[in-house]
Structure formats: C-alpha cells, structure tokens
Design a protein around this ligand. Sequence first.
Ligand code: 26V
Length: 812
Amino acid sequence: MGSANGDRELFKDKDDFVAQYREACETFFAKKYDELSQQERFCVLAGLIANKSRNLKVDSHKDDKEVYYFSLEFLLGPLLDNYLLNFGIRAIVKAGCAELGTTLEDLVAQEVDPGLGNGGLGRLAACFLDSMAALGINGNGNGMRYRYGLFRQEIEGGRQVEKMDNWLEHGFPWETRKSEAAVLVQFGGHVVRHEEGGRFWFTQEGGDLIKAVPYDVPIVGYGAKTVNNLRLWSAEPAAEDFDLDAFNAGNYAKAVKFRSDAEAISQILYPNDSGEHGRLLRLKQEYLFVSAGLQTILRSFENKYGPDKWADFGKHVSIHTNDTHPAMCGPELMRILVDDKRVDFDLAFKIAHETISYTNHTVMPEALEKWPIGIFRELLPRTYMFIEEIDRRYREGFPHDVEGWQEKLANTAILWDGQVRMANLSVIFSHSVNGVSALHTGILEAQTLHDFYALEPEKFNNKTNGISHRRFLGNANPSYSRLICDVIGEGWLRDANELAQLGRYEDDPSFLEEFEKAKAWDKRRLADYIRRTSGVELDCAMVFDVQVKRFHAYKRQLLNVFKILDVYNRILSDPSFDPRPTAFIFSGKAAQSYSFAKEVIRLINSVAEAVNGDARVNDKIRVAFVPNFAVSSAQLIYPAAEISEQISWAGSEASGTSNMKLMMNGAITLGTYDGANVEICDLVGEENIKIFGLRTEEVDALRAGGTYWAWDLYNRDRERLGRVIDELTDGTLAHLSGNFESIRDELMVNNDHDLVLADFYTYVSAWEELVGAYGDRRGWNRAAVHNTARSGYFSSDRTIREYAADIWHIES
Ligand code: 26V
C-alpha cells in the first residue's frame, strides 16, 4: 500500500528513512543501530514517528467545533503499524528495516499492547478516535492513564490466573507528560455558603487536593491531514506533604503515604463486568477524569472566546459520555460554571444539556451503575448539590396528568432508594441518548428507558457500532488486504464503502482461489501462534471456528462447549456421524471475581485436554484456548477465522463488535438474532449467515410464562443433552482439575437463566448445516468474500459520520 498522506510526507524515500532512523538511534540511546536490542530499536522507531506526529501542524479540521469523547477506557492496542498505515509509509519503513537487516513485523511485535480497557466498550472508543481523525473532525479523547492495565491472563491447570500488567515497564513512546497542564481536583471536605450584598455563593473547603497530570498521545488520521489528541490523566499528590515526624521516627511508609494515597486513584483499571461497583476508588477515578477534563476544556474555551461567552459554549464544544462512567460531566460542568465562572444556575443547566450526549452500552439490569448517596455526598459534597437540585426540579416539573405518573417518576428520578442512579443522571443531563445497534436502541426505548422515551422520544437515536477497518482489515490481515488492493485499489482504506466493489469478484474463480490462499496463510500464522502460546497443535485443513470475547454467562461460551461435547460423544457412539473436521478456538478473559465465567474457561481447557489427546476423535475435532486475549492477539485471530460464533441469548448483547471484525475478514456468522447480528443478516442476506435460536420476543415470552424448566429438557433426552450435562460431574472431564458442579448447578438448580438448554438443538443443527456447506469450497469462499464486500457499513467512519451529523451537529 502506497502513500496516503500526499504532501505531508515524513520521509522522502527509503534512504531518507534509514538515515533518519540511524541518527535517531544515536540521539535516543547514544548507540549505533547495530548495537541496539530489538526492543530498543522498536522504541527508537516509535519515538521517531511519535515525535513527527506531535510536531505536525493540524492541516484541516472541517468544523471549528471541538468534540471531547469522555471514556474511562481506551483500548488502544499496539500503535506503530497503525501510524505507519495512516501516514502511508509502511512500504518505505518495511524496505528500510529490511535494509538494516531486520523485519518490520519483528519490530512491530516488540510493542506492548496497552490494555487500558476491558473489551468492546474500550475498543470502540479507540476506533472512534481513529475515525474522528480520519474524517477531519476536531475530536479528542479524555480518559485515564492507569498504571496497570487489565490483568494479563495465564492458564495454569486449565484455570485462569491473573498477573499484573506492567505495561509501562519499557516506557510508552507515544505519550508526552504535560506537567504544565496539570489541574487540581478536590475530594471531600464540606460546603460553605457565602453571602454579600444579596448575592450568595458556595465554596468547598478542606478535604484532599489531588493533582491530575495529563499525558497526551497524538492521534494521526488516515492520510495524516489531521492530528487529534488523546489526553490520559494520572493522579499525583498536589503537594509534597512529607510527614517529617513519621520519617524521623523511622516509619517510612507513613512518611510517604500522602503519595501512595493520591497515586492509588490512577493505579488500576476496574473490570467492567464483575458487578464490582461501589468501590470508592472507582468513584474517585470517575470524578478525577471528568473534573480534570472539564477544567481544561473550560480554560481553553475561555482563552479562545473570552470570559463571558459561556452561553455559546454548546455551539463550540460537544462532550460525549461513553456509558455512565463519565455521568458526572453534567453536574460537574454546572458546578464549575456556577461557582467559578459565576454563570446563572438555569443557564448553566442549559449549557450542560446542550453540550452533553450519552451512549448506553448495556440493558443488563445488574450492570446499570448506582452509587450510595452517602458515599457520593461525602466524597463530592458540592457536585452532589447540583444533582440534588436538578433531581428536585425534575420531580417538580414531572407531568402529573399521565396515568401512573408516580411509577414513571420513580423509574426516572436520579435519586432513589438511597442511591444515585447514573443512567438516569446521564439521560437527564443529555440532549441525546443513543443505543449501539438497532435492536438495542429498540429495547432501550421499549423497556429499559421507556419512561424517558415516552416523555422525550426525540432525544433517543440509534448509532450502530463500527470498527476501524484500517486496523482490523488493513493492519491485521496483510494477505487479504493485498489481494483486495490488487483488484479494487486502495480507496477502501479511506472509504470502506468501496469494499462493495469486491461484489464483482464473488463469482470470479481465480479471485476466490486467491482468497482461499490468503485465508490459508492466515490460518497457518494463527496455528503457529497457538502452538507457541498454548501448546495445542491445529491442523490447518480443519474449519477454524472462533469465539473470542469476554467471558460472560449471557455470551454463552457454555453453549459452544455443549456443542463440542455433543459432537465428541456422537463421533464416539455413532459411526455414521462424520462432521467436517473442525478446530474450535476460544479466547477471552473473565473478571477476577466472576467465578462462573472462570469455571467455563476451566471447562474449555478440560474439554481441550480430553479431545486433543483422544486419538479416536482428534483428527475430527480439536479445541484450543488462546491465553491473554488482547488487541494484538485478536489481530491474529480474526483473519484466520472461518466461522464467527455470536451466540448470546437474544436481547442480551447490546451490539457486539467482534461479529463485525470477523465478518469483515471473511468469516461466516453463526449467531442468534441479537445485537448487530441482526444488521449483519440484513446486509449479507440469509443465505450468507446462519441464524438460529429464540428471538427476543420468544425469550421474553418464555421468561414471562414461567414455564421453562431445565429438568424437562434433561429428562427428555438422556442420550444427548442429558449426557452432556452428566459429563460435567461424572469424572469424564475431571482429569485436569476436577469436575464442574457449579456449572451444573447453574443449569439444573438455578434453572438455566441464560437458556443454554433451550437453544441447544437449534444451535447444534445450525452448526452441522454450516460446516456441511464447507465442502463446497467455491460456494463457501463466495459467501466469505460477500461478507467482506458488505462489511463497509460497519466501519466506525460511518458510525462517526452519524454521531457528527445527528448528535454533535458538525460537518465531517
Ligand atoms: C457489565 C456487566 C456488569 C455486571 C454483570 C453483568 C454485566 C453485563 C455487561 C456489562 C457490560 C457493560 C458495558 C459494556 O461493555 N457494553 C458493551 O459495549 C460494546 C460497545 O458498545 C458492545 O458491543 C457490547 O455488546 C456491550 O456488551
């Protein structure tokens, strides 16, 4: 792929690159290139590119309006290859590295993978940064610089073991510490009322002052016309409050406690799906990045437009809140405007409301964030007053002429039952609320947020998620990308809709053969990686059937395991059963405290051990669990996949994004009618996807009817389903580290909340039909290429264009 950046070139040619690279080695390490380790060489290369990025003047922002995307998570993944692609200098750098005697791939592999996010939500934020920069939007990220990212996962005796993620060990070459831009954030203390000449105001006195120090990462858009900024905050003590007495008494830990207390705030990333909220430190994180971000934005607005233009704030600034973690943006913006800028209360609310928008990412009731009022008020006494007053006015202004208004008010108030309900806080302070797929937005409107929707339907809109096609096809899949560029050129990297041109090649036998070769190369690459990381040997002639995502009951990795066990049993007991040889590949992390999810990981590894070591079946089926799922390993897995497992129960997965990444790489979806699977189905047509299982209405009806009974399903079929359930506890799978009583209990004692048994038969049949079709290689490859050709819609460029037009009201 050639030059995407036109006149803004970093290196004239390969020789210029080599000369600059050699020179940078001497400047950075005072050593010659040849004397450096590969890790050091990577550092110099990344530092060189990062420096150039920082010094690039922003060439064009299509609109003056600034967007700030507030997110507690930005799951960036490795950056070097992405920068090279966006600058259009991959070919030059690759050739230069070869001349220097190394491969670019090897240098790229040295980069740490910053895991500053849990999964889909954090990766979405990173994709949005890429797209905002590509589209010339003045869009910046605001988040947290965690000292330790999401834990590193190792597997011991089949079990997940969590290890510290010391991602800053070798430094992070893309960031710059901006000490001069630090701001103070106040926690605790008490509120004092002041009055003078009939005017009154409040101050927050005492408590702790924390210094928030920003680290900036330049975000270069495709073509390098736009450089935006990701600002990540780190917490430090506001002053060196060294405890001299303690020090003199030899109590060194106490002497420096002020420092560790402050730094604790940005020390770790919280897992999002363990129900571990209610932690004071998490609330501090949420407030710190909100307050520090807002203070900075207001300061720069004041510098640009003057001290009395606050009424225009919403015309020039949009603040987007990624889920409810930044929900304090509303009351905190009001607090700063009212207390520091002396803006009138009503105007301050109007400004906040005009500026702020909110994306909801889940309808799972246990996932909706709530904080005890007591904790909240004690930590943030002044900000809380704004919540309380807005809640009071909301109640007062609530229409009393609708039937059942008391219940509707109870559902939508911010404060209830001793808690601050963050979703309601977000909705009330925002001018726009969106869901992340058509189905999900429908559920928000009809159920989760229905009482809000009935009051203000125009506030609600859908923005189906998207992914960076540049990273997840361009960077991740060089073999297929090259093939695509050969036939339709490079335009698709800028405009993913151009992938539709691949439609012309769906019936071209030589193109389909080339596709199969590219896929074979990707499968080999993944098989090598799997051998190195898990010791499992895969046969690349097998179908690669992939389920990679966080482990959660609703995502039903367990259903997939049940299918594998059923296939295993049937191969053994029925000589006529001869399914297409398949490699089942899993990867993903479970939250530390989520024991059910961790047991499912152990189950997969136990099944892997049983199956892979059983010569009666292991030429038919193999199972691999790839440890430590992260953006970098994901980029090896997606390209090699042939079946994309998207099997959450209908109505549970808000959107999913691995479904899009896999589809784009030519995998066929085997999925329920859930999240964005519905839209994938619409785009590719029913003959190019395999949909199975209960629909949302059926799930609702089954639950509402109260007639679902797991034991009935068990008793009805002791041969297949019953046998699989028994195998959880009869010793069949106990060799690695014991039986699986708790999983069996979840199904048979808790009556199978996630409907694994209910969807079992339709799922296994759907899988059999799908792999049955694999024998027709031409037909399969046709469907795979068709999936890629229709995947342009899922570029996050499209998603961001929609946010820009409908929510932020800017030109892109
Ligand atoms: C959190 C929790 C916490 C308590 C236990 C149950 C539970 C279930 C789900 C979650 C997820 C929280 C928010 C989140 O990460 N949502 C994900 O956002 C992605 C980007 O929009 C989307 O593709 C995923 O479908 C959605 O789960």
